[in-house]
Design a protein around this ligand. Structure first.
Ligand SMILES: C[S@@+](CC[C@H](N)C(=O)[O-])C[C@H]1O[C@@H](n2cnc3c(N)ncnc32)[C@H](O)[C@@H]1O
Length: 165
C-alpha cells in the first residue's frame, strides 16, 4: 500500500509543551534572521505599486506562532512606509497554507490575539486584515493565478512531502 505523505504529514498540533507551537524556537530564529530581506522586498514592492490590497501567502505555516511573527512584521513594515509616504494603508489578505492535516484550528484560535497585538503595537489604525487558512500542498495550485503579491516560505521546502519518482 502506498501512503500519500501529503495527506498525513503534520507538525504536532495544539499548544502543549511538546507541540510545534512550543518547540519552534529555532525556526523562529531563522525567521528573525531573514527579516531584513523580507522588509526590503515588501518595501520595494509597495513603493513601486502602492497596492490597494496586498495578498500575502505563507507556504508551510504549521500551527505555531511563527506564521504570526511573519505577518506582524510585514504589516508593520507596510504601515510605517505608508505613513512615511503619506499614503493610505492597503487591505491585507493573508493566506496561511499547510498540508490538510495541519492544526489550522490552533492558528484560528490565535487570530483574535494577533489582531489585538496589531492594534496595540502598530502606531495608528492599520488597514483591515483578513486571514484565511489554505489547506493543500504547495506543489499544486492552491490559489487562483496572478492573485498573490508576496509569497513567503520558511523551513518548509526541505520536508519531503512529495518524493521525486
Ligand atoms: C518545520 S515546519 C515550518 C513551519 C513554519 N514555516 C515555521 O517557520 O515555523 C514545516 C511545515 O511545512 C509543511 N509542509 C511540508 N510540505 C508541504 C507542502 N507540500 N505543502 C504545504 N505545506 C507543507 C509541513 O506540514 C510543516 O507544517
Amino acid at each position: 500500500m502506498r501512503m500519500d505523505v501529503a495527506q498525513v504529514l503534520h507538525m504536532k498540533g495544539g499548544t502543549t509543551e511538546t507541540s510545534y507551537s512550543n518547540s519552534s524556537l529555532f525556526q523562529q530564529k531563522v525567521i528573525s534572521s531573514t527579516k531584513p530581506i523580507r522588509e526590503d522586498a515588501i518595501t520595494c514592492f509597495c513603493r513601486e505599486t502602492n497596492p490597494r490590497n496586498l495578498a500575502i501567502a505563507d507556504l508551510g505555516c504549521a500551527s505555531g506562532p511563527n506564521t504570526f511573527f511573519l505577518s506582524f512584521d510585514l504589516i508593520e513594515t507596510v504601515e510605517k512606509l505608508c505613513r512615511e509616504l503619506n499614503q493610505e494603508a492597503p487591505e491585507y489578505m493573508i493566506f496561511l497554507n499547510d498540508l490538510p492535516s495541519n492544526d489550522f484550528n490552533t492558528i484560528f484560535k490565535s487570530l483574535e490575539s494577533f489582531k489585538q497585538k496589531l492594534s496595540k503595537e502598530v502606531v495608528g489604525e492599520t488597514g483591515p486584515c483578513y486571514i484565511t487558512g489554505v489547506p493543500g500542498s504547495f506543489y499544486g495550485r492552491i490559489l487562483p493565478t496572478k492573485y498573490l503579491h508576496f509569497v513567503h516560505s520558511s523551513y518548509s521546502l526541505h520536508w519531503m512531502s512529495q518524493v521525486h519518482k
